[in-house]
Design a protein around this ligand. Structure first.
Ligand SMILES: Nc1ncnc2c1ncn2[C@@H]1O[C@H](COP(=O)(O)OP(=O)(O)OP(=O)(O)O)[C@@H](O)[C@H]1O
Ligand SMILES: [Mg+2]
Length: 222
């Protein structure tokens, strides 16, 4: 999936008690189909904001975000939901598994929402792919951080998204688990060729990407 941002600015609106925060300022950016792009920049520079705009979780204050030829600002909420469910996968720093669901149910979740067919087989295959078939009936609090992230990756890719967004996927892991997660992302890339956009503070993680997009002072450079 191609990602194109055209003159994107983003502010978080202020409230009675807090001032508005200006995060992105006239950002234009092209990420080609199948690229592995890495976002780097200081804490608070706007990496997560950019990922949320690319993943159609949030809308820019101004400017346009295109996913392939679709202008996401023209889509209604139902269209955005469909796009996210069918074409986008997310991986987060704190895994974001659902604590009351076991591993299998967590991985099945996106397919259940989409009322997909053959869920059990697909969950099994996805758990195999991340090497956790033997933990299918365990709950998130029974797993290590690295294992939780492997479950989260299985969940993120079970619907074969064409765009995979990762927000500091190794940020909460020791270096060995982090390396395993990065290798897993690499193998998913080789098998399924999604476009990947990953935010990270780690040079080691960044080395897995094709190029780095630096975010600073509301602008980007590549
Ligand atoms: N919902 C919000 N309301 C107000 N301000 C916000 C909101 N979300 C983020 N911000 C602010 O926007 C700026 C960019 O935040 P963002 O989370 O995108 O940074 P980041 O580059 O991902 O940082 P980190 O490396 O710490 O994850 C920060 O100043 C942050 O405080
Ligand atoms: Mg962030």
């Amino acid at each position: 999936m191609r990602v194109s941002l055209q003159h994107v600015s983003h502010d978080y609106a202020g409230t009675e008690d807090s001032a508005a925060v200006h995060v992105l300022e006239d950002v234009s950016l092209e990420i080609g189909d199948g690229d592995f792009a890495v976002l780097m920049g200081a804490s608070g520079s706007g990496k997560s904001t950019l990922l949320n705009l690319i993943g159609a979780v949030d809308r820019p204050t101004s400017g346009k975000v295109f996913l392939d030829d679709a202008d996401t600002s023209q889509l209604r909420e139902s269209g955005l939901t469909k796009l996210r469910r069918e074409s986008i996968g997310f991986i987060f720093q704190f895994f974001n598994l659902i604590p009351t669901l076991d591993v299998k149910e967590n991985v099945a979740f996106p397919l259940s929402l989409a009322r997909a067919e053959g869920i059990a087989e697909r969950v099994e295959a996805a758990l195999d792919e991340v090497g956790l078939a033997h933990r299918a009936r365990h709950f998130p609090n029974e797993l290590s951080g690295g294992e939780m992230q492997r479950v989260a990756i299985a969940r993120a890719v079970i619907h074969r998204p064409r765009l995979l967004l990762a927000d500091e996927p190794t940020g909460n892991l020791d270096s060995k688990s982090g390396a395993m997660i990065l290798e897993l992302i690499r193998s998913i890339r080789e098998k399924h060729r999604p476009t990947i956009v990953m935010a990270t503070h780690s040079d080691r993680a960044a080395a897995y990407g094709d190029y780095i997009i630096q975010v600073a002072d509301g602008r980007i450079s590549r």
